[in-house]
Structure formats: structure tokens, C-alpha cells
Design a protein around this ligand. Structure first.
Ligand code: NDP
Length: 480
């Protein structure tokens, strides 16, 4: 397929094109996709600026219908588009289909939000005066997304932006344009007026500053690495745009001495190696209390050995390939570094399969310390460290000893231990007897410190970023 950019209601070629390569089979080209240059990015901002007031003036119900229709189509095409997502990004077929379904659910949830008036009517300290606290659209929103959730993350930014009457300029990750292209295609065919949603695929290094630094852009919602996030923040703040950043994680999963070990092992495997470990919410630090450490590690290593690494779309595969060559290189660099800092490495080898791909066996780094580099920096691959601690106190302090703060989990049978962990954790999301990854779409999502900046994403809280508050004082009838 050839995927064009979409600007002001027209599908247009870019200034160049990029092949989308299947990480399970490097000989398989998923398609060619347009790359926008700065001029096209500026045209997209112009189109969004012109279209936004008309879009905002529509009744919420009209915006809701479009989002709902698009959500229906994604749900109906989940198998087909899930296969495409697995082919371009490398997550397994069930994960790919699940992500398309999630995107459909997100669109339908925010269709509901478009008709729910989030304003408030209050009395005043002055007789006869009523106060209306209204929520208005912010205006033009730039949406920039990473490669690891190529449709769910775009959906959870674009849907609330549109629901609340904003116009969007969307730049997906250069690595995974196909899923993003289909999301835009589905929304456009569902009835979006020209200019309301614009797709500019292309390199963030080339067009990122234009998309974030243009004075006509009122808000920027970004998910990606911490380093790029800081740059986006500076560029947007330079002209007073509001910014929402979701960035890295180094999420701890504590295994307490009274944990159900079968459940803890299953949770650690899913949290660490689900989606090939390429999740900001991955359980990358397994913090294990001394008394059960050896038994847990033995069982974990046995479960790791049962993971079937292979072509993402094959039925027996339980972990797909790494997304691209540079991510694979990064994973291997951290594995080597951990080994040189004293870790006992299980797995982490390159694998040959029937087709050329970025295949890496899941790696367990046993005997690491929380201060090791691999436990301070995000790897973003199928690499999990094990950290031995004396007791729950030390576990909680190690869990919180990180510059990140996205999600944190504990496996325990004790209500007291889980309550303590829940209250003392400094992460933005806490899981009890669940992996650190795996979230719902109708509740707030986000972290603290280096993981997140700005209002929460998802659920009803999404409106805090995509709306601007107006407080109106009205003296209608002085006698009432
Ligand atoms: P990057 O930061 O490299 O890229 C993210 C997006 O930013 C891409 O679309 C990229 O474009 C774009 N970009 C690059 N340079 C600029 C720039 N100067 N200005 C504006 N945009 C730019 O992250 P990855 O795509 O590698 O994604 C992985 C990261 O995402 C991980 O660190 C992970 O933790 C994080 N993440 C966070 C989540 C969260 O909710 N906290 C969820 C999922 C992932 P291009 O592709 O062209 O380089």
C-alpha cells in the first residue's frame, strides 16, 4: 500500500517516502508512506486553525456520532487491522487485535464524553448572580506519538481532543505509519470535516519543532522518550502552548514473602515480556524479598524458558521480535552492561528464525542492585532485572528509589502489606496482585517525576488537558 499524508481534507504525497518494514521478516515491506516536510506541517497547522471554530460550533452530539461510527468500524475490523499492526510493529497477533479493539473502545468512550457537558452551574456570594463554569476547546492540538502502541496511543489523544471541539495535527512515529494511517482513514470516512484532523507522517527531527513551536498551536500532547519530551516541552512553552508529556518508566514489581508464587511468576512474565517488553508500563525491576527469592527466581527462569519467540503473526508465538535494529542494539547494550556490572544473565541471545527479523530471547538479569545502570535507565525491551531485598521496608524503598514514577506493583496475600504499598508508592499508578502493565481506558493514566508532565490522559480526566475553563457571572433577574 501507499499511505499519503492528509491535510485540509486532501490525501497528499509527502516530500519523500519511507518504507514500513516488518520486524518479523525484514524482506517484507508493509507499505510506503509519505513523509511531510516543514511546509506541509505548516499547511496542516493552517488547515487546523481554519477548521477548528466550525468544529467547535457543532453540537457535541454531532461530534459524538463521528467518533462512535469510527469506533464501530475499528471494532468490526479488529482482526484485519490487528494483523497489520502485528506485521508492522511486531507484537503478537492477540496483542495486535487487542490494541485495535482498545482503540475502538477509546473512540466510543470519548463519543460519550462529547455529549456530556462537563461544565458546572453554581450560586454566587452575590444575590441573583449565577456562575457558569464552562469548558471550551483549547484550539489547535499537536499530537505526537511513539512506535510501541501505534494505534491505541494516537486514539487516546485524538479522541478526547476531537470530542471537546479541538482540531488536531497528528504526527505518528516514523517507524509505524500504517496503523496511524488507518486510524485517520477510519475517522475521516466516519465524517470529519476537512481540516479537523490532519496527518503529517515524517521524521520528528525534521518537522517536530515546527509542530510544537508554531504560535498557532495551542497545546501539544506527546508520548515518547524523556529526552525528546523535554525538547517538546521547551519548544511548546516558548510560545505559551500547554503541554502534556508521557515518557519513560522503570517500573518496580515487588514480590512479598507471602505472595502466591504462581500468580507472581505469571504476572512478572506478562509484565516484563508482554509486547516484547516495549511498554512504558513494563515490569522492568522485579524486587524480590530474600526468603522467597531463590524459589521465585527458579520458577521465573523456567517460565521464561517456555516463552516462544517468533514471527509475531504465527499462532504459537508468545513473544514477537524487537521493533527495529536500533532498539535491538539498545537492548543488547544494556544486557552487556548489566553483565559487566555483575548480573547473572539468563537469555538475551539473538535468535535465528525462518525469516530474517529482530529476534531476541527474553532476558532475566539476576543478582542486580537497584543502583546498577540497568535499574536506573529505561531499556524498553524484553529485559527484566531481579533485585534481592531483605524485607518489605527495603522493597518499598527500592521501588521508590528511581527518577521515574509511572506504575508500581506488588504481589502479596496480605491486606496490610498491599495497603502500605499502595499508600507509600510514589508512582502515578499502583497495581496489587497484577503486573505493572495493563490499564483500562476509562480511568486516568499517568505518572510522576520524569515519567509524566501535565494533566492526566484517558478517562474523564482527559478533558482537563483538552478544554480551557471559562467562568461566567450572570445577573439575570436581580429579584430572584
Ligand atoms: P521518541 O521520543 O524517540 O519518539 C516519540 C515521538 O516523538 C516520535 O513520533 C518521534 O518521531 C517524535 N520526535 C522525535 N524528535 C522530535 C522532536 N524534536 N520534536 C517533536 N517530536 C519528535 O520515542 P520512541 O518512539 O522511541 O518511543 C519509545 C518511548 O516512548 C519510550 O521511552 C517509552 O517509555 C515511551 N512511552 C511512554 C508511554 C507513557 O505513557 N509514559 C507510553 C508508551 C511509550 P520519529 O519517530 O520520527 O523519531
Amino acid at each position: 500500500m501507499f499511505g499519503a499524508n492528509y491535510v485540509d481534507g486532501q490525501w497528499i504525497d509527502g516530500s519523500s517516502a519511507v518504507p514500513d518494514i516488518n520486524p518479523s521478516d525484514l524482506d517484507d515491506v508493509v507499505g510506503e508512506f509519505a513523509r511531510a516536510d516543514r511546509t506541509q506541517a505548516e499547511d496542516a497547522i493552517s488547515a487546523a486553525t481554519a477548521a477548528q471554530p466550525h468544529w467547535a460550533a457543532l453540537p457535541g452530539a454531532a461530534r459524538a456520532e463521528i467518533l462512535d461510527r469510527a469506533g464501530d468500524e475499528l471494532l468490526a475490523r479488529a482482526d484485519e487491522l490487528g494483523d497489520l499492526l502485528s506485521r508492522e510493529e511486531g507484537k503478537t497477533l492477540p496483542e495486535g487485535v487487542g490494541e485495535i479493539r482498545r482503540a475502538g473502545q477509546i473512540l466510543k468512550f470519548h463519543a460519550g464524553e462529547a455529549v456530556r457537558n462537563p461544565g458546572e452551574l453554581l450560586g454566587s456570594v452575590r444575590p441573583g448572580v449565577e456562575i457558569l463554569v464552562d469548558r471550551e476547546p483549547v484550539g489547535v492540538v499537536t499530537v505526537i506519538t511513539p512506535w510501541n502502541f501505534p494505534i491505541a496511543i494516537p486514539a487516546w489523544k485524538i479522541a478526547p481532543a476531537l470530542a471537546h471541539g479541538n482540531a488536531v495535527v497528528f504526527k505518528p512515529a516514523d517507524l509505524v505509519p500504517a496503523s496511524a494511517w488507518h486510524l485517520v482513514d477510519v475517522l475521516v470516512r466516519a465524517g470529519l470535516p476537512a481540516g479537523v484532523l490532519n496527518l503529517v507522517m515524517g521524521s520528528g527531527r525534521e518537522i517536530g519543532d515546527t509542530l510544537t513551536g508554531d504560535v498557532r498551536v495551542n497545546a501539544v500532547s506527546f508520548t515518547g522518550s524523556t529526552v525528546t519530551g523535554q525538547r517538546v516541552r521547551e519548544s511548546a512553552h516558548s510560545h505559551g502552548a500547554r503541554v502534556q508529556l508521557e515518557m519513560g518508566g522503570k517500573n518496580p514489581l515487588v514480590i512479598a514473602d507471602d505472595a502466591d508464587l504462581d500468580a507472581a511468576v505469571a504476572g512478572a512474565i506478562e509484565g516484563s515480556f508482554g509486547s516484547t517488553g516495549q511498554r512504558c508500563t513494563a515490569s522492568s525491576r522485579l524486587i524480590v524479598v530474600d526468603s522467597i527469592h531463590d524459589e521465585f527466581v527458579d520458577r521465573l527462569a523456567a517460565a521464561r524458558a517456555r516463552i516462544v519467540v517468533g514471527d509475531a503473526r504465527h499462532g504459537d508465538t508468545t513473544m514477537g521480535p524487537v521493533a527495529d535494529a536500533s532498539q535491538l542494539e539498545q537492548d543488547r547494550r544494556y544486557i552487556d552492561l548489566a553483565r559487566s556490572q555483575g548480573a547473572d544473565v539468563v537469555g538475551g541471545e539473538l535468535l535465528d528464525r525462518a525469516t530474517p527479523g529482530h529476534y531476541l530471547s527474553p532476558a532475566l538479569l539476576i543478582g542486580t542492585r537497584n543502583e546498577d545502570t540497568v535499574n536506573r535507565e529505561e531499556v524498553f525491551g524484553p529485559v527484566a532485572s531481579v533485585i534481592r531485598v531483605a524485607d518489605l521496608d527495603e522493597a518499598i524503598s527500592a521501588a521508590n528509589d528511581t527518577e521515574f514514577g509511572l506504575t508500581a506493583g506488588i504481589y502479596t496475600r496480605s491486606l496490610a502489606a498491599s495497603t502500605r504499598f499502595r499508600k507509600q508508592s510514589t508512582a502515578g499508578m499502583v497495581m496489587v496482585n497484577l503486573p505493572t502493565a495493563g490499564v483500562d481506558y476509562h480511568v486516568p493514566f499517568g505518572g510522576r517525576r520524569a515519567s509524566s508532565f501535565g494533566p492526566r490522559e484517558q478517562g474523564r480526566d482527559a478533558r482537563d488537558f483538552y478544554t480551557s475553563t471559562k467562568t461566567c457571572y450572570v445577573l439575570g433577574d436581580p429579584t430572584s
